[in-house]
Design a protein around this ligand. Structure first.
Ligand SMILES: NC(=O)c1ccc[n+]([C@@H]2O[C@H](COP(=O)([O-])OP(=O)(O)OC[C@H]3O[C@@H](n4cnc5c(N)ncnc54)[C@H](O)[C@@H]3O)[C@@H](O)[C@H]2O)c1
Length: 307
């Protein structure tokens, strides 16, 4: 199923996940992208650039434009935990940005689907269900949890339809621009292809629910089509792998024999040890079930990079 003939605003559309979404939507809709290019790149949009309207600006300035979107996909949120630790004021910025999106949605009667995170489950025993009460762990997750609460409030007060999508560990096409913040599947693959050892924090037994970006795009579109009211949805596969498993798989697929380099974890206090999505709610409410397993995802990437 896809969205057709609509006006769509994508914030963060030049980033990794956002650009994959824009490429999918641009064929049959009118898409505006707002991105300040802090971690994204226009190159991610080269295949659709002439079909979309691109604005280089920050989300906080949405009010300065006359957008009238049917759907707002808000993916332009500072994307990595260390950024917030370095500058805790980003927590406030994220909430202000969310309010800019929700105010636009309120005025224009738009539906909102936005990027939350599975890091919210840090320290919670897996599998992770949407209704757990999160622990207080770091600035990044506090910021995201606040956006969920504000969204629920807007939904209650003004009947806005909002889906908060808790992405698990997303990997896939267009990740180069994220550099050191890219997913470990991609970072390890880049390193191992160059004959370098992938660096693992700790013993490598930490586990991640890795989800391929094409599945994430499906989840975002399904939420836009099927959600009503305010809801939080997990976007994962329901299966997880340790980083040691990942290195083993990459060696098999790349036909290499490279050992990981184990180092002390510099982020021990806020580190997430295991993520594993409970996928029931997304399956039932928005008909989303991830289709691409880790082996298939790795193969797709190897083909994409020509390795
Ligand atoms: N990739 C993952 O595994 C993952 C997991 C959980 C959550 N998320 C969340 O999903 C979202 C997208 O992640 P991504 O991996 O595509 O990251 P990304 O850094 O590639 O994409 C974010 C994009 O938003 C833009 N941006 C950020 N803040 C902005 C602002 N205030 N105004 C305008 N543009 C802004 C950046 O320039 C970038 O293009 C992020 O919010 C991230 O926290 C990602």
């Amino acid at each position: 199923m896809d969205i057709k003939g609509k006006e769509i605003l994508v914030t963060g559309g030049a980033g990794f996940i956002g650009s994959n979404l824009v490429v999918r939507l641009a064929k049959e809709n009118h898409v505006y992208v707002v991105d300040d290019l802090q971690t994204g790149s226009i190159r991610n949009l080269s295949s659709v650039y002439s079909d979309i309207d691109f604005v280089k600006d920050r989300v906080i300035n949405l009010k300065d434009y006359c957008f009238d979107p049917d759907y707002i996909f808000h993916i332009g949120l500072y994307s990595s935990s260390p950024m917030y630790k370095e500058n805790p004021y980003l927590v406030g910025d994220l909430v202000k940005d969310m309010i800019s999106v929700l105010e636009l949605a309120r005025k224009k009667n738009s539906m909102v689907v936005y990027a939350s995170t599975s890091s919210i489950y840090n320290g919670v025993k897996p599998p992770h269900r949407e209704d757990v009460i999160p622990y207080v762990t770091d600035f990044y997750t506090e910021a995201r949890y606040s956006t969920e609460r504000i969204s629920e409030l807007y939904s209650k007060l003004y009947n806005i339809n909002v889906s908060a999508m808790r992405f698990f560990s997303v990997y896939g096409y267009n990740e180069r621009s994220k550099k050191k913040f890219a997913n470990l599947v991609s970072q390890f693959m880049w390193d191992m292809h160059e004959g370098k050892q992938p660096v693992i924090y700790g013993d490598g037994e930490q586990r991640r629910d890795f989800v391929f970006v094409d599945d994430v795009v499906d989840a975002l579109i399904n939420a836009a089509m099927y959600n009503s009211g305010f809801n939080v949805y997990n976007v994962g596969t329901g299966k997880n792998y340790s980083l040691n498993d990942l290195v083993k798989k990459l060696n098999e697929h790349l036909k290499t024999n490279i050992k990981a380099k184990y180092v002390e974890n510099p982020m021990a206090k806020t580190y997430v040890h295991e993520t594993l999505a409970d996928t029931k709610k997304a399956e039932e409410k928005i008909k989303f079930k991830a289709k691409i397993g880790l082996d298939e995802g790795i193969d797709k990437l190897i083909k994409y990079y020509g390795y």
